[in-house]
Design a protein around this ligand. Structure first.
Ligand code: KIV
Length: 282
């Protein structure tokens, strides 16, 4: 009985999944006016992207946080265009429902609007991204205008901008409200479809949300945003080198991996693995 109830429920979920409409840029924008909070997480490879896409996430970001999470760097500055394209391609293979956004790495859009357009085009054409994300307010207006002129949707990023880590003196909460609000408005005017707001006080995030029509996606910015994003490896407890205060851990996957690996090593050393069920006979 219990199992038939479970399988009916599972069938329901499967049916729901089949009907799940892919997230698109227009639907993403519309969510704000419908009061639907948006969910975003990062992925850098096929396996993680499959898990996220099969779950109920609205959008996946191939973030340049891969510099820290995948490459063990202290910041994202050394991530290259070719690396972003490579990881975006892996994620794109898994994506069926989510909106797929790829980060533009440091120095791939700052030189000129032409450079920004060419590199955004590569992320779409070679990587399979649906949209790109870049950092900066006023100073990124030319880049955003150039990219959207080719119908490539752009997500902005204000507040703490990790590519500015040296100017900012570290990954710190940003409190210059007037400048950040006008940066958000400049990005919207330039044609961005959404904005990541990173590490600002909650009341400032709320003010930003009210000052633009496009969705704001918070990280370390409290509840007053139209959606939230976290680095998957942080929220799953898979990457523990850095523990920002704004991260909530929804899993302890790192611990689960250590436990499984230690159990495997014990069984290999004591002859418990492979067992008869893992062994071919002649
Ligand atoms: O690179 C990244 O993962 C990001 C998000 C955390 C916003 O920019």
């Amino acid at each position: 009985m219990a199992s038939s109830v479970r399988s009916a429920k599972n069938n329901g979920i499967a049916a729901e999944k089949k009907e799940r409409r892919p997230m698109t840029v227009p639907r993403f924008i519309e969510a704000k006016s419908l009061g639907q909070r948006l969910t975003m997480l990062t992925a850098y490879d096929y396996t993680m992207a499959r898990l996220l896409d099969d779950a109920d996430v609205d959008a996946i970001l191939v973030g340049d946080s891969l510099g820290m999470v995948m490459q063990g760097e202290p910041n994202p500055l050394r991530v290259t265009m070719d690396e972003m394209i490579y990881h975006t391609r892996l994620v794109a293979k898994a994506v069926r429902h989510c909106l797929l956004i790829a980060d533009m790495p440091f120095m791939s859009y700052q030189v000129s609007p032409q450079q920004a357009l060419e590199n955004a085009g590569r992320l779409v054409k070679e990587g399979g991204a649906h949209a790109v994300k870049l950092e900066g307010g006023q100073r990124s207006v030319g880049a955003i205008e150039a990219i959207v002129s080719a119908d490539i949707p752009v997500m902005g990023h204000v507040g703490l901008m990790p590519q500015s880590v040296h100017r900012l003196g570290g990954f710190r909460v940003q409190r210059d409200g007037e400048r950040i609000v006008s940066d958000a408005q400049a990005i919207e005017k330039a044609g961005a479809f959404a904005i990541v707001v990173e590490c600002v006080p909650a009341d400032l995030a709320q003010q930003i949300r009210e000052s633009v029509k496009i969705p704001t996606i918070g990280i370390g910015a409290g509840l007053g945003c139209d959606g939230q994003i976290l680095v998957s490896h942080d929220m799953l407890g898979l990457f523990n080198d850095l523990r920002p205060r704004f991260v909530k851990q929804y899993g302890a996957i790192g611990e689960a991996i250590s436990e499984a690996v230690n159990r495997y090593c014990d069984e290999v050393r004591t002859g418990g693995f492979p067992g008869p069920e893992h062994t071919f006979r002649g």
